[in-house]
Ligand binder design. Structure first.
Ligand SMILES: NC(=O)C1=CN([C@@H]2O[C@H](COP(=O)(O)OP(=O)(O)OC[C@H]3O[C@@H](n4cnc5c(N)ncnc54)[C@H](OP(=O)(O)O)[C@@H]3O)[C@@H](O)[C@H]2O)C=CC1
Ligand SMILES: O=C1O[C@H](COP(=O)(O)O)[C@@H](O)[C@H](O)[C@H]1O
Length: 625
């Protein structure tokens, strides 16, 4: 019962006083009175009755469901995903605690909950007022962004942290430290990040107050990446902020990739917390091939424990990807069909209508296989194809993902089509569109692929013989990420003649549209209304923007929150990482060895025609065109 109610008190306590303040007060009193008897549906009704939707209950509890039966749990209530105290203890027990390793639940508490599982008023309030003793002893969270002046930090990480603060998802005692080589002041950094901070569209009260309150907690420390002096200074500054309470630390390594190694070493040696957890977030690329990735992993594991390493992949924080496991394991109608007997093929499509933008140098070295397939696509397939995990705990899910990845056949040139976008003329024929070779910092003779289509197979009992067709490319006609699951045709279908010879028309298809416009679509064969017996393929359409009147959080918000609460399931473990490189390295070696020239395709087109032949070879018709 308590866990059902946590989001309620959490949500409502963390709300600021607004014009709804009185209502809010009444409401939270009411909720507390109901604490021992209320159930989540009852709570929901209460919210509805009081017309306390988004504005009064915050986005956390009764916010988004038009459906009358929201499930327990809230956006930033970790217990909604996993059991808070359990997760906390387990995730932390794998963490490196350099001295005085007090690993019981309370000492490794993030400050969200106490050992009874009930929430204390530890969440960041907009006025941030806590008395001195409380300040000294309460658990703290320090988040350091290394590479704080960079594009990723400015555009994604700081805005995500602000959104978490805005949604009441950060503990009361938190501080954000920016770190990079530039000699700038706290104020300079605050000014730099302000332009990208926005309040949620669906509840914008006190936006500027909240921004100021957030910015007050952002400070800056200059320092290098490979020499540790800066991090030693930072450690001192953190200690001043942390006081004598439990000190939890997160380091987000968002500096230039070449520096990752040195920085991780410096953090591990000089800036780990002595009394709480220390977690490091790593950005892509996760190595270059099997060998390089293994070297990096070994170096990291010599300094840190597996539980401290969070390899972040923003695609995995998208709503529909998180929903994959929910869809599969909480609906009776899907899981029994989720195998080779009923599924004909699965297509994962990652199509971008832009080029490499300003990342020519990085992209030319890595290419589409490392940039998109190695993590985005293989992780998506792993979640899609894994066996049911023992539980929703991160490690249980990661155990299943690694098995699928290890059962995946190594890719070979025979089952791959590579492409590269070339210069073209705009549709109105008015201007020339740059090709890949015209991009800044790209070698003029580059053979780096900007497109790949490939057929993957998982050699296990569930998926034997089912092609997983993947397509990823830049400079294509559409901008979308989709997973398409095509089912087999109905045996002895009574209506077969209505479909002629085109069996594809009679195929049920489940489409998970990750972006844009998140949606779950199910294609079913249906009778066209009327006196005749005409059939068509229609869509049962769960379009999120029609169904839920809430803003979908950015994936960085979800993933950073996962790091805070120690939920590892969306982050690649070292053995998963090794398994992905096993699949790709032979192919990458051959591409380099034989200097495989990619098939050129027009920017803004459908990609190389070879992709269609590849589909045909594996009995698949791309269903996204
Ligand atoms: N941007 C994105 O969308 C994505 C980025 N990534 C990864 O995230 C990390 C950060 O990306 P992003 O912010 O775009 O990168 P930036 O190029 O903007 O660089 C980030 C920071 O790294 C430091 N830096 C830049 N060049 C060098 C250099 N030659 N030597 C040492 N330090 C340098 C800079 O800080 P300083 O002031 O100290 O010079 C800069 O603020 C990278 O590792 C990247 O691979 C991964 C996926 C997507
Ligand atoms: O990780 C990456 O993602 C971007 C696309 O990110 P999105 O959040 O805009 O969908 C992609 O363009 C880039 O190549 C890749 O490294």
């Amino acid at each position: 019962m308590a866990s059902l109610l946590l989001p309620v008190s959490f949500a409502c306590k963390s709300r600021p006083k607004s014009q709804n303040g009185r209502l809010m007060q009444l409401f939270s009193q009411t909720i507390r009175l109901h604490i021992s008897v209320a159930s989540q549906p009852q709570f929901y009704k209460l919210c509805m009755k009081q017309k306390l939707t988004v504005s009064a209950c915050s986005l956390l509890s009764c916010r988004h469901h038009k459906s009358p039966t929201p499930f327990a749990g809230s956006a930033c209530d970790p217990s909604s995903k996993r059991n808070l105290s359990k997760t906390w203890a387990e995730a932390s027990s794998g963490d490196f605690v350099s001295t005085s390793e007090t690993k019981n639940q309370e000492t490794l508490n993030v400050g969200f909950g106490d050992s009874n599982g009930s929430f204390r008023n530890d969440l960041a309030s907009t006025n941030g007022l806590i008395n001195e003793t409380e300040k000294e002893l309460s658990p703290s969270l320090s988040i350091t962004i290394l590479g704080a002046t960079g594009e990723l930090a400015r555009q994604k990480i700081f805005p995500a942290l602000f959104a978490l603060f805005y949604s009441g998802c950060l503990p009361k005692k938190f501080q954000i430290f920016g770190y990079s080589r530039d000699h700038i002041s706290d104020e300079d950094l605050q000014a730099l990040i302000t332009e990208n901070l926005t309040c949620r569209i669906d509840h914008r009260e006190n936006c500027s107050d909240k921004m100021s309150s957030f910015l007050e907690r952002v400070s800056y420390e200059p320092g290098g990446y490979d020499i540790c002096d800066g991090l030693i200074m930072l450690d001192k500054r953190m200690k001043t902020f942390e006081g004598n309470g439990i000190a939890n630390r997160i380091f987000y390594l968002s500096e230039a990739h070449d520096e990752i190694h040195g920085v991780a070493n410096c953090v591990a040696a000089n800036a780990q917390s002595k009394s709480g957890f220390t977690r490091l977030i790593f950005e892509k690329p996760f190595g270059y091939d099997r060998g390089s990735s293994e070297t990096i992993t070994k170096a990291l594991l010599s300094r840190l424990s597996e539980g401290q390493i969070y390899r972040i992949d923003d695609l995995l924080g998208k709503e529909l990807i998180e929903n994959l496991t929910v869809l599969r394991f909480s609906n009776l109608i899907f899981e029994p069909l989720w195998n080779r007997t009923f599924i004909r093929n699965i297509q994962v499509i990652y199509s971008e209508d832009w080029g490499v933008q300003n990342k020519g140098r990085y992209f030319d070295k890595h290419g589409i296989l490392r940039d998109i397939v190695q993590s985005h696509i293989l992780q998506t397939i792993a979640l899609l194809a894994m066996e049911p995990p023992v539980s929703l705990e991160g490690e249980d899910i990661r155990n299943e993902k690694v098995k699928v990845l290890r059962s995946m056949r190594k890719l070979t040139l025979d089952d791959v089509v590579l492409g590269q976008y070339k210069a073209s003329i705009s549709k109105d024929e008015k201007f020339k569109v740059a090709g890949y070779l015209d991009e800044p910092n790209v070698s003029p003779n580059s053979l780096t692929p900007t497109f790949v289509a490939a057929a993957l197979y998982i050699d296990n009992g569930r998926w034997d013989g089912v092609p997983f067709l993947i397509k990823a490319g830049k400079g294509l006609i559409k901008h979308k990420v989709e997973i398409r699951i095509q089912f087999r045709h109905v045996p002895g279908n009574l209506y077969r003649e209505r479909f002629g010879f085109n069996i594809d028309l009679a195929t049920n298809e489940l489409v998970l549209r990750v972006q844009p416009d998140e949606a779950i679509l199910l294609k079913v064969n249906n009778k066209v209304p009327g006196l005749g017996l005409q059939l068509d393929s229609s869509e049962l359409n769960l379009l999120y923007k029609d169904m839920y009147d809430t803003e979908i959080p950015d994936s960085y918000e979800r993933l950073i929150l996962d790091v805070i609460v120690g939920d590892t399931h969306l982050f690649m473990r070292s053995d998963e990482l090794a398994a992905t490189w096993e699949i790709l390295t032979p192919l990458l070696d051959d591409i380099e060895k034989y200097k495989i020239a990619p098939e050129l395709y027009i920017f803004g087109g459908r990609g190389p025609v070879g992709a269609y032949y590849l589909g045909a070879k594996h009995g698949v018709r791309w269903s996204d065109d």
